[in-house]
Design a protein around this ligand. Structure first.
Ligand code: TYM
Length: 333
């Protein structure tokens, strides 16, 4: 029996932080043995916010090295760069003709980013979710492991696929989102009402995957919490403590009940120290592998070349099916 397909991606828009790991990468590693997996560096998405070209190039290599360092096996998974497979952009155009302005206008990620980048509210930022739908639908994807912040984009992807199928027959597989039980939405350390983000201008708000142990311990110690004393999971009234509990639970593989029981009667200071130590223990082996892998750009480039070819072989038939369905004349080959 063929394995169901998983597709997911991360933008090379800066150094990864622990939310990207707990919301996405960590689960990819757990799923890689059971699915046919495609994991992508979505660089086309990244330029919807202005990037320095040299940095974007470096961040793309950094991200590949991080995928591998986190435990993704390049023999089991198809790891590639989105811009190497032109079918993504081609399908995005077609799908944009099946997506309504009103739908895109409702996207909260668009609203957030538009508010943060007022001098550059470009059409790419607005159409971003259509490109994400194209990524997913090109490969007959069944499951998309992402953090909670991508739920709205996943719903839109399903709507677009269903709308297209209703007009043209069963062309697309309608995918499902897959969200982890804990760690699907890690919040900012200094402002726990806001999600943790790798593009945050204040580095105190996030723990980067490559932060030094001393920096991680300090950031956890300074994390904003309430003036209460009990360690209890209550995201509405105790956002800071609940966030640290989620971080601790994912870092140690424990449940929220375990965390609550383990720290009953203990003070916030002890708890913050334990959270910092757990994150250091989770990241240390990843950091070590990362620095080894990142040195060897030639091996990375070879892998990307082979994988882009394989991805194209999978993407082309879907695109041809779509072109045929919408009525384009087939070119003679
Ligand atoms: P990106 O690059 O913003 O984030 C990558 C992944 O990390 C998750 N994530 C979080 N999880 C928990 N807590 C957080 N604070 C947190 N912040 C980010 C995201 O949910 C995501 O899974 N649009 C996507 C990239 C994309 C994509 C795709 C994903 C493009 N095409 C196709 C899946 C399938 C994004 O901006 O991710």
């Amino acid at each position: 029996m063929t394995k169901p397909t998983i597709f997911s991606g991360i933008q090379p828009s800066g150094h990864l932080m622990i939310g990207n790991y707990t919301g996405a990468l960590k689960n990819w590693v757990e799923l890689q043995d059971h699915y046919h997996c495609l994991f992508v560096m979505v660089d086309l998405h990244t330029i919807s916010v202005q990037q320095d070209p040299a940095e974007l190039r470096q961040h793309t290599y950094d991200l590949i090295a991080m995928y591998l360092a986190c435990g993704l096996d390049p023999k089991k998974n198809l790891i590639f760069v989105q811009s190497h497979v032109t079918e993504h952009a081609e399908l995005a155009w077609i799908l944009s003709c099946y997506t309504f302005m009103g739908e895109l206008n409702r996207m909260t990620q668009y609203k957030d980013k538009a508010a943060r980048h007022q001098a550059n509210i470009n059409a790419g930022l607005f159409g971003y979710p259509v490109l994400m739908a194209a990524d997913i639908l090109l490969y007959n994807t069944n499951l998309v492991p992402v953090g909670n912040d991508q739920k709205q984009h996943m719903e839109l992807t399903r709507d677009i696929a269903q709308r297209f199928n209703a007009r043209h027959g069963e062309v697309f597989t309608v995918p499902e989102g897959y969200y982890p039980k804990v760690g699907a939405r890690i919040m900012s350390l200094q402002n726990p009402d806001k999600k943790m983000s790798k593009s945050d201008s204040n580095s105190q708000n996030y723990i980067a995957m490559l932060d030094q142990p001393s920096v991680i311990l300090k950031k956890c110690k300074r994390a904003v919490t309430d003036s209460d004393t009990d360690i209890r999971f209550d995201p509405e009234n105790k956002a800071g403590i609940s966030n640290l509990m989620s971080i601790y639970a994912t870092a140690t593989g424990s449940t929220m009940d375990d965390v609550q029981n383990a720290f009953e009667g203990k003070g916030y200071g002890d708890f913050k120290k334990a959270v910092g130590e757990a994150v250091v223990a989770m990241l240390e082996p990843i950091q070590k592998r990362y620095h080894e892998i990142r040195k060897d750009e030639t091996s990375i480039e070879k892998m990307l070349q082979v994988n882009a070819e394989k991805a194209r072989e999978l993407a082309r038939p879907t695109l041809e099916k779509v072109y045929d369905a919408v009525g384009f004349v087939k070119p003679l080959r």
